[in-house]
Design a binder for this molecule. Structure first.
Ligand SMILES: *Cc1c(COP(=O)(O)O)cnc(C)c1O
Length: 360
């Protein structure tokens, strides 16, 4: 069996240990005689899976009791609409535009009310995080929205914005569980799990209880009202059962490996291997302002499209796959999530050095 080094932005690499365990349990989950794919979401055995997943996540992220954890469907993209539907009481909110995902959320917000652009880094192709210390936030805004790690452009907030007392809503799809977080700083923090947590199909939303109410925008579908999901402990209808089961295994893997502090240390070390090389390379260069570099997604270019294509082709042949940059930006991007071993990044850098020597 030949496993590649998978630098995909999402769906992305998962811990091999988790995949092996799931394989072992595929035909008979812990003596139930069934695969988790085949069992009722209302069964005792599945109830234990989802409850344990939530408990482990609460422990990992130190989630306070006054926050609900919801396992939802529709992807992060559907959540872009759920935010205004559930929170836009005054029909006005502020958005910080740091890339394509923030922009999409902002455009979705505009469907439901007045979405105001508070700051943007579009002027320099989203290569930095704007200064968020004194934003034009007004009293009538229902929330301030950010995308905390910009998967496509490779920037990450190192400090949360000053929201002037307004609720902070944050999309952490691509840096979910990559480092410790202080949940109390957010009203809503959420992410699609298919980047750094599990397989596609589930969004995990951590929402302060007082923000979960019946007071939603008229026309909000039952399924998209957070109260529906919260009242039913994410079992209003059939949840993405198998995805939640795998996420639960990843949570246990994270706990076993020292939790989020240890993960952060590993991620810093791992990213340093690649960024240090990009800083010294004569051929490859990073595309992002140093202080704003993401620990998870690392875009880089040679400055020559043909050479980029040649690099991607040869890297793929050598077992380093999914290095092509996002279709809207070109170049390369290495996504180095929790499950990417440091060895994978070291080998990639060795390969880049070799390529540079041959193509200089
Ligand atoms: C991938 C991604 C999304 C979109 O996720 P879907 O689940 O495909 O809708 C949104 N935000 C961020 C930060 C992402 O990386």
């Amino acid at each position: 069996m030949a496993r590649v080094y998978n630098f995909s932005a999402g769906p992305a690499v998962l811990p091999e240990e988790v995949l092996r365990e799931a394989a072992d349990e595929m035909l008979d989950y812990q003596g139930s005689g069934q695969s988790v794919m085949e069992m009722s979401h209302r069964s005792k055995v599945y109830d234990k899976i989802i409850k344990e997943a939530e408990a482990d996540l609460r422990e990992l992220m130190n989630i306070p009791d006054n926050y609900k954890v919801l396992f939802l469907q529709g992807g992060a993209s559907q959540f872009f609409a759920e935010v205004p539907m559930n929170l836009m009481k005054n029909k006005k909110a502020g958005y910080i535009i740091t890339g394509q995902w923030a922009k999409k959320a902002y455009q979705e917000g505009k469907i439901y009310g007045e979405a105001v652009e508070l700051a943007s880094s579009a002027d320099k192709t989203f290569s930095y995080i704007p200064d968020c210390s004194d934003l034009p936030i007004t009293d009538d805004m229902d929330y301030v929205y950010i995308c905390e790690n910009n998967t496509i452009y490779g920037t990450e907030y190192k400090e949360l914005p000053n929201t002037k007392g307004k609720i902070l809503v944050s999309d952490i799809s691509s840096n979910f569980l990559s480092k410790p977080v202080d949940v109390t700083k957010y009203g809503v923090v959420y992410g699609g799990v298919q980047k750094n947590v599990g397989p596609a199909g589930c969004v995990i939303a951590i929402i302060r209880e007082d923000l979960i109410t019946d007071d939603v925008l008229p026309g909000t579908p039952t399924m998209l009202k957070w109260k529906t999901q919260a009242d039913a402990d994410s079992l209003y209808n059939t949840p993405p059962c198998y995805t939640i089961y795998i996420c639960g295994k990843v949570f246990k893997w994270l706990k076993k490996n020292g939790g989020l502090k240890a993960m952060q240390e590993r991620n810093i070390e791992k990213a340093k291997v690649l960024y240090d090389f990009l800083d010294e390379s004569k051929l490859f260069k990073g595309t992002v302002v140093k202080e704003c570099r993401s620990l998870m997604n690392v875009p880089f270019v040679t400055g020559n499209e043909e050479l980029d294509a040649k690099f991607i082709k040869e890297a793929t042949e050598a077992g380093f796959v999914n290095l092509k940059g996002h279709r809207t930006v070109g170049g390369m991007r290495a996504s180095i999530y929790n499950a990417m071993p440091k060895e994978g990044v070291e080998k990639l850098v060795a390969f880049m050095k070799e390529f540079e020597a041959k193509n200089a």
